[in-house]
Design a protein around this ligand. Structure first.
Ligand code: NOJ
Length: 545
């Protein structure tokens, strides 16, 4: 696949508006707050932002239960604020991608309200209904939050499907009217100047039509690879408006990705897949470096020439990378945050940075259930308690895995509430923000932030790091991750020790190479085959062995 599209040479930055900057001091971030931070984003060197959901919503699942697709929630501002923000981003040379939840609406959305009010009316078929009783659900289908995927509506003697919370009824994507609504919504935002969409939850769109029991109970999707055909009606509006299409595509394999990314017959430009973060969930406490190498390399190799990778290690649905991949303790926090940054950002693909990642922000690690706001975390707590699991055990799991770990307010200064707001924020700050904040990181050459700035600069200015082939150099151990990027004989080598112990390089020769970037002071006398814990090096490796 050629790399002539703007987004193939771009670095994206994800903003979680609720936690970015609070301009009106009500404890909740807002769009005018983002506007005041455009200089910061420019200085980082990013090319586009992805704004997480800011629509009016029932606020049950962090704004992804939308009640109106054509407005801004009042806590985040107004449409006029949105227009000002888009204009200012564009003036700064930064494109704007927004989130669009395709799979479901809020149960408060007028479509669903109309479906409830009039079972014979046109909106009923916007959703998925099956006959049910108060005690017997249509089948064993289970929502991703662990309970039944059906909610019974007594006066209709039927249940509606929801892959997520009951307040998020799933749309019926086989209904052309639903697809037509989405086409119009996309055009409406394109007219406001947006440059693209991150389409949430696209692997959930195509449900089985037989409504039979399934194993596992969450696998009720049919021929997921074929989901792009359901999206075909939306393609002309994307093409006509030159919109970037990013799909949240958890669970797909590389061959499906190839199909979905095919410029002629597919639908998406970029896909956010989660293989490299999911295996970690089964593999704590020690990071399985060999498995990580295999997983990331499989994607790099599979999409070489057939698609384009999306590179990320954090988002608002995952814990902080420095805490789950790296080591957030003592001096290793900075070092491992930088090492992880170099590792993923210099692979082949379009990198995304999630707000705060560029500071090496650690997990929130809350110790009381009352501190959590995330629905998923609170439901997990309730289920585990009901199953008799001891509270400390549940809380330690949440401290590792909860989505709130990465949703904490962005720390801008050392002041109270990290300068995010004068008011107590909707969610507590991450620990250590008196030391870890933008103000401090900007003035410290050894901080994580300037390292990210350097990485972005290098990534964008070195053709081999943008377009060169990726090749894993298999060290066969469980510590090092070494790979090469090559373009027309120009070779670059990334060497990262992903462990708390020193490692020794064996199967490659560094003598003819020039060290371009490292996260440790370079000691000329040291043995360059010894790689310190969490050390990361970028070499310009001119000659092949
Ligand atoms: C995708 C969003 O990223 C996530 O936060 C949300 O829980 C799901 N969609 C369901 O709405």
């Amino acid at each position: 696949m050629a790399d002539t599209q703007w987004w193939q040479h771009a670095v994206g930055y994800q903003i979680y508006p609720r936690s970015f900057f609070d301009s009106n001091h009500d404890g909740v971030g807002d769009l005018p707050g983002i506007l005041t931070k455009i200089d910061y984003l420019q200085s980082l060197g990013i090319d586009f932002v992805w704004l997480s959901a800011f629509y009016p919503s029932g606020n049950v699942n962090s704004g992804y239960d939308v009640t109106n697709y054509r407005d801004v929630a009042s806590q985040y501002g107004t449409l006029a604020d949105f227009d000002r923000l888009v204009t200012a981003f564009h003036e700064a040379g930064i494109k704007v991608v927004i989130d669009l939840a395709l799979n479901h609406t809020s149960d408060q959305h007028p479509w669903f309200q109309a479906a409830l009010a009039d079972p014979q009316g046109p909106y009923r078929d916007y959703y998925l209904w099956q006959p049910a009783t108060a005690t017997v659900q249509p089948n064993n289908w289970q929502s991703v939050f662990g309970d039944s995927a059906w909610t019974y509506v007594a006066d209709q003697q039927a249940a509606y499907l929801h892959t997520f919370a009951a307040e998020q009824p799933d749309l019926n994507w086989r209904n052309p009217a639903v697809r037509h609504e989405m086409v119009q919504i996309i055009q409406w935002w394109a007219d406001r100047g947006v440059d693209g969409f991150r389409f949430a939850g696209v692997t959930h769109l195509k449900k089985r039509t037989d409504f039979a029991d399934v194993t596992p109970a969450t696998a009720y999707y049919e021929d997921v690879a074929d989901t792009v055909t359901l999206l075909a009606d939306l393609k002309p509006v994307l093409v006509k408006n030159h919109l970037l299409a990013i799909g949240e595509a958890g669970g797909i394999d590389p061959s499906t990705a190839q199909r979905w990314l095919d410029p002629a017959t597919g639908f998406f430009d970029l896909l956010l897949e989660f293989d490299h973060v999911h295996f970690w969930e089964q593999a704590t406490p020690k990071l399985p470096v060999a498995a990580l190498r295999a997983t990331l390399s499989r994607w790099q190799q599979s999409l070489e020439g057939t698609g384009w990778n999306t590179l990320f290690i954090e988002n608002h649905d995952l814990p902080r990378a420095v805490s789950y991949y790296g080591n957030d303790q003592g001096e290793y926090r900075r070092r491992s945050a930088k090492a992880l940054g170099m590792l993923y950002l210099l692979m082949k693909g379009t990198p995304f940075i999630y707000q705060g990642q560029e500071l090496g922000l650690p997990n929130a690690g809350f110790t009381k259930i009352a501190d959590y706001r995330d629905l998923d975390s609170r439901r997990y707590y309730q289920r585990q308690r009901a199953a008799g699991v001891a509270e400390p055990q549940i809380l330690s799991q949440l401290a590792l895995r909860s989505r709130d770990n990465a949703r904490t307010p962005m720390p801008w200064t050392h002041q109270q509430y990290g300068g995010f707001s004068d008011h107590e924020p909707w969610l507590q700050m991450a620990p250590g923000v008196a030391q870890i904040n933008v103000e401090r990181e900007s003035h410290d050459p050894h901080a994580v932030l300037p390292f990210y700035q350097q990485l972005i600069r290098i990534k964008k200015s070195v053709p081999a790091l943008r377009s060169g082939r990726y090749e894993l150099i298999d060290t066969g151990d469980n510590q090092l991750y070494v790979y090469r990027r090559t373009l027309n004989g120009d070779n670059w080598l990334v060497v990262v020790n992903m462990s708390d112990q020193p490692a020794t390089t064996q199967n490659f020769d560094l003598t003819t190479s020039e060290l371009i970037l490292t996260n440790l002071p370079v000691d000329a006398a040291s043995d360059d085959r010894q790689i310190q814990p969490w050390e990361a090096r970028l070499y310009h490796w001119r000659r092949l062995e």
